[in-house]
Ligand binder design. Sequence first.
Ligand SMILES: [Zn+2]
Ligand SMILES: [Zn+2]
Length: 426
Amino acid sequence: MTFDDKQRSLKQIVYGKTKIKIYGGLESIGGNCIVVESPSHKIMLDQGVNFSRLKEFYGISIQPDSVEELRELGILPPREAYQDVDQICITHLHLDHLGSLNVPGESSIYLPSKEIAETLSRAWWFGWKQHLLPKTQSFIKFMNISECKNVKIAKVSHSAFPTYALRIDTDDANIIYTGDLRITSLYPSIADTLRNLEKIREEGVDVLITEGTNFGRRLNYVSATQYRITIEELLKDYENQVLFFSVHPLDLEAILATLETVSKFGYTPAFESPYYAQLLDKMLEYADIHLEYELFFIPRSSKIVHLNNFEIAFLEELRDRKLAMFLSPYGVKDLKYLLNVLNLPKEGYLHITVIGEPLSEESIIEERKLESWLRLLGTTSLRIHVSGHYLPHEFKKIINTLKPKELIPIHTRASRAMMKLFEKCK
Ligand SMILES: [Zn+2]
Ligand SMILES: [Zn+2]
């Protein structure tokens, strides 16, 4: 098999006896992989999938054979990156950071939340994602990042929950790696990014490794406040009994902001996918959030699903209510079924998709197929992009909070612009 070495570009920065090696994420969005090596330990920070590379080689008809193949093609970090690594620390569960849990060697793996990760992995059994499952198929040996003694953590806002920034102190350098983050949360009680970052600044930061996804990008921008206002405005004039939403299953902030807004307008929120409902259930528990409104799971079969934060009812029982249905992207087909059961006309509904990531990061929503189904069903689809990443003009707030001596830009296509801005505001 041939592969070009350019894609495995490796940058190394040395501070005394500490080496920071970047195996993925330079001048590209996603596929982050950083190894911090010092005499006392060797820690890997994220080990994500490079989606643009994945799409170059695979599609519906060509599927990967093994995790090794993905490593050889530069879609996952190379085997050598794992050599002598003691700990692998993952900032959040987007696949461009989490990567494959089938790793070479014997390193301990620390996940942002072991339980949420395990629930998430239940959708990986088919297709290329099966190569992301742990070798043993078991999560028992993994640990929560909060248990890792060699890193300090700060919860930050992002379109996946939970997301942490990490601080690693070696004898020669104090390093902060932020993974992905935004400053303003869609649901503020989840994470106050700047305040939490400030807490891990401590006596200073030598190197900040941070993302710059939104530098030099074209964006349709909607702020957290505007998101709620948009939904409210839509609901004020919407007279149909049902309304549909699709949100990335890990985007707790967007889900909570939506649930809260629709409930205010008298809609009962309901989930039809057991997978999505279970993920939300686990996230709510982890975040220790207790909802003050009803939330339903509508089972399609009699298979028992255990949920703590949902009430369970068949669709027929909710016939008299106004319903806000949360669909998985694949659940769009079920629109017709749902409308049939509710005995409602087939046309004229709204379907709102909330997008938190550029699609290259998480190709979970197959846009075109979704659109075809919606057209077939006479449903109008609105896409609202609430970025999971900070905006370039907010960069100086991060710099002013952490006051790093040096910057390593990652997860961006505009590292030069970031460096320039950093020189100006540091
Ligand atoms: Zn990312
Ligand atoms: Zn992310």
